[in-house]
Ligand binder design. Structure first.
Ligand code: AMP
Length: 382
């Protein structure tokens, strides 16, 4: 292959490494894949280092000359208050990301392992960390603070950081591009609806509000996460059910959301089950209704936060593929200048407008591409 250069994008989780080899100039993925079940008994590899060797081997087998890999971009979940722009990785940066594991115990340690094995494997190219929290560094103080004791918040780094930032930034920019406008001219609501889900309000290219908070648990109803919940529920379960911190964590992160309500976290299955009817169809229907209701509340809140909204963009697995969700979330908002066109909403592919011509706010579907955004950020360092 004759490329001016490729960027390897890595998203290293505790038991998996997602990878994509991206041509940042063409904006295309050359190879993508996943090494899964790392360290599990019947998994293909014992640890992340072996996982990276397997990845290396797969890339070579697919005909890629690894000399063309000119940079490695790493998705890092939590940048704390310290990191927000894409950052060239040094030993000091790794140490700091490791320290931030306090704020993201499930994610940052896995990110660090991925970074360390990849640096050993690709020692002669820049490695760049792109932070999921980065785009939300611009949240104004009124949006970033929880109303809790100031000293406690300061001592323990408790504030709203926001996540999925790479996606919200990419989609808000793409939205401007689709509309032929500059990001600086637009107020946009981005609805990232995937397994995890989050909303953001973007004013003139800068994030001013987002639904995820100190952790990715706050906000919208997700596949397995509750989103917003009265913290009093936790005290109640602690006192009356005797649940400990690990069990509460597991309950809200893994056994709640769509799955908690209906037993199903995959949206496609949820829709099938709902259509099939019966008792489990009813549970699926309730899960769907709670999901939509929460989403509408956030749209309404962000209309008020922004005052003027030029665009609402749906993205990620559910946002891009489920017309019912787009229609139901925005139904009956004609009075607020939001009219989804039923035909447009159910046809077309890729980035597109789905609102009626008479809609004051343009509604769009804009596919996200976090890997490309990370690759482009890393490419800046080449
Ligand atoms: P993501 O995290 O962005 O990969 O999104 C994953 C979610 O999107 C899962 O709940 C999938 O079931 C859902 N999804 C992806 N494609 C479709 C589709 N064509 N129809 C319904 N749901 C989908």
């Amino acid at each position: 292959m004759s490329n001016p250069g490729l960027v390897l994008v890595l998203n290293s989780g505790s038991s998996s490494i997602k990878y994509q080899l991206v041509d940042p100039e063409a904006g295309t993925a050359v190879v993508s894949g996943l090494v899964e079940q790392i360290g599990e008994a019947d998994g293909p590899v014992a640890d992340h280092a072996a996982g990276l060797r397997l990845l290396h081997q797969r890339l070579t087998e697919s005909g890629v000359d690894l000399v063309t890999v000119r940079a490695v971009g790493h998705r890092v979940v939590h940048g704390g208050s310290r990191f927000f722009v894409p950052t060239l990785i040094t030993d000091a940066v790794v140490a700091e990301v490791e320290r931030l594991a306090e704020l993201a115990p499930l994610h940052n340690p896995a990110n660090v392992i991925g970074i360390e094995v990849a640096r050993a494997d690709f020692p002669n190219v820049p490695h760049v960390a792109v932070f999921d929290t980065g785009f939300f560094h611009s949240l104004p103080p009124a949006a970033a603070h929880y109303a809790i004791n100031h000293d406690v918040a300061t001592e323990y780094g408790i504030r709203r950081y926001g996540f999925h930032g790479t996606s919200h930034e990419y989609v808000s920019r793409e939205t401007a591009a689709v509309l032929g406008r500059e990001p600086a001219e637009l107020n946009t609501i981005v609805l990232h609806l995937g397994n995890g889900a989050s909303a953001s309000a973007v004013r003139g290219g800068k994030a001013v509000e987002t639904s995820m908070g100190m952790t990715p648990l706050e906000g919208l109803v997700m596949g397995t996460r509750s989103g917003d919940i009265d913290p009093g529920v936790l005290f109640h379960l602690y006192r009356t059910a005797g649940l400990g911190v690990e069990q509460l964590d597991e309950l809200l992160n893994r056994r709640s959301g769509l799955k908690g309500l209906s037993g199903i976290n995959d949206f496609r299955e949820l829709l099938e089950r709902r259509a099939a009817g019966g008792a489990s169809g009813e549970a699926a229907g309730l899960a769907y209704d709670v999901y939509i209701h929460r989403l509408r509340k956030y749209v309404g809140a962000y209309l008020a936060v922004l005052g003027r909204v030029d665009a609402i963009a749906f993205t990620a697995g559910v946002g891009e593929n489920v017309p019912d969700v787009r229609e139901d979330a925005l139904a009956g908002l004609d009075g607020l200048g939001i009219i989804v066109d039923p035909q447009r909403n159910r046809s077309g592919k890729g980035a597109r407008v789905i609102s009626a011509d008479a809609s004051r706010t343009t509604v769009l579907v804009v596919p996200t591409n976090e890997e490309l955004a990370i690759a482009r950020a890393a490419w800046e360092f080449v």
